[in-house]
Design a protein around this ligand. Structure first.
Ligand code: TYD
Length: 424
């Protein structure tokens, strides 16, 4: 189900085959490629965060969940890679169509337009159910999507977002170029951190893009994750915790370079890495150097993160257990991947958290990975009126709290786990 990962996917550190080799970077630093990745955060064996199963489905099981830090380029990455065939076989994660997300789509469309002008041809990698493509098409773009989750590309195609249900690799990149030509813009939202072989991914980007193509990769930003101790974003799908510095190191010696970096509040803090071909005449934006200069994702920071994460896990577990002992009803809101992390790290049971409600049909009436807590529809919150609802979709907390006003008006309390555990 998984393989060990010991070689940094950005700079190659940890590769025993390269023991005697040294690599000089443009900045003149000499990397010892044989140095080992350093463990910085270990959650032990954990279930796969999106393995929501019905009564007849077979669970994928558990895999180690440990973050390792590259001593050279500073990339944090998991110690194992779970097979994508297992992780994405019937993927229930659907791009949110919430107001927060629609506002974000408008923001990124504007920012991409600033660089790419009145762009038309768009390739979206990891296009999910086509939500972003449909938004861009409404604004005149001509999109093609690609995603290995065929259950979602089927939905996308029915909705009018033309999508290929396959992995983005050299073969599909070639097929796209032959049948559709090279796009003006390539977008990969929350897909790059899920990719194991970055070098091959970059080669495929080189293949599918032209000299004028703007490549936009949106990833959760490791500095925001460290700042807010959003440890619940550490799960098997997130193979890397991305910094600008690590991507800069990855791109050395390739046809691509960093062009600009934009920061957004979405998903607890994300960055859009804008890449261009080296032959592009557009000057590198000053944001690239600024981000790299300010980044501090050292082993010490990860050590502090690890201690604080454990403290918060204990805090939430004790809070929920104490309420359950008092006879209070506690539920979860948002069967996010993050909910799986909290429920399992806190070792919570359905006698303590009765259900988790969620608006995704692909998750409803299934049970949560590991904890086996049932997933209910969103309406369950106002039907059952629990005493407490833990907002596991804390990245949408503002919108959810406003939407579920009745719950709060009738005396229900929200528990928000990130960036600080608080009760509202
Ligand atoms: P999200 O934070 O996007 O993802 P992840 O799985 O990466 O942690 O997940 C939010 C979940 O919350 C998703 O399953 C949909 C659900 N949700 C609701 O049920 N109601 C809402 O109003 C919103 C915004 C999300």
């Amino acid at each position: 189900m998984y393989k060990l990962h010991t070689t940094c996917r950005a700079c190659g550190t940890g590769n025993p085959v390269l023991k005697t080799l040294k690599q000089s970077t443009a900045a003149g630093t000499v990397y010892d490629l044989a140095a080992s990745l350093v463990p910085v955060f270990d959650l032990g064996p954990m279930p796969l965060a999106n393995d929501f199963c019905g009564p007849d489905d077979e669970r994928a099981g558990y895999a180690p969940l440990k973050v390792m830090l590259c001593p050279n380029c500073g990339l944090a990455q998991l110690s194992v890679v779970v097979s994508p065939q297992v992780l994405y076989r019937n993927y229930p994660y659907v791009t949110s169509n919430s107001a927060t997300m629609r506002k974000h789509f408008a923001d990124i469309r504007y920012d991409i337009g600033e660089e790419a002008g009145d762009f038309k041809g768009v390739l979206e990698i990891g296009s999910n159910d086509g939500t972003l493509m449909l938004f861009l098409q409404e604004h005149g773009a001509k999109c093609i999507g690609i995603d290995p989750a065929t259950n979602l590309t089927e939905i996308a195609n029915k909705r009018g977002a033309y999508s290929l249900g396959t992995m983005f690799d050299a073969y599909s990149a070639d097929l796209i170029v032959t049948t559709h030509g090279k796009p003006d813009v390539i977008i990969g939202r929350h897909v790059f951190a899920h990719v194991d072989n970055w070098k091959s991914f970059v080669r495929c980007l080189e293949l599918v893009s032209a000299a004028h193509t703007l490549i936009c990769l949106e990833v959760p930003y490791v500095i925001d994750q460290l700042d807010s101790v959003s440890w619940d974003q550490v799960y098997h799908e997130h193979l890397s915790y991305v910094s600008v510095r690590a991507v800069d190191s990855l791109l050395h010696g390739t046809a691509l370079r960093l062009h600009k970096v934009k920061h957004y509040g979405i998903h607890g803090g994300s960055i859009m890495l804008m890449l261009r071909h080296r032959e592009s005449e557009e000057p590198v934006n000053e944001s690239v150097a600024k981000f790299i200069e300010q980044e501090n994702a050292s082993a010490d920071r990860w050590a502090a993160f690890s201690i604080e994460a454990r403290r918060r896990i204990d805090q939430l577990a004790s809070f929920i257990r104490a309420r359950a002992t008092e006879g209070k009803m506690v539920v979860g809101y948002g069967a996010s991947a993050k909910s799986t992390q909290w429920l399992n790290a806190c070792k919570l049971h359905k006698s303590e958290v009765r259900f988790v409600c969620d608006n995704t049909p692909q998750k409803q009436y299934k049970t949560c990975p590991g904890s086996e807590i049932p997933v209910a529809d969103e309406g369950a919150l106002t039907r059952e009126l629990p005493d407490y609802a833990v907002c596991f979709a804390w990245n949408f907390a503002e919108e959810i709290i406003a939407k579920e006003k009745i719950f709060h008006d009738k005396g229900g309390k929200w528990v928000i786990p990130v960036p600080q555990i608080k009760v509202l």
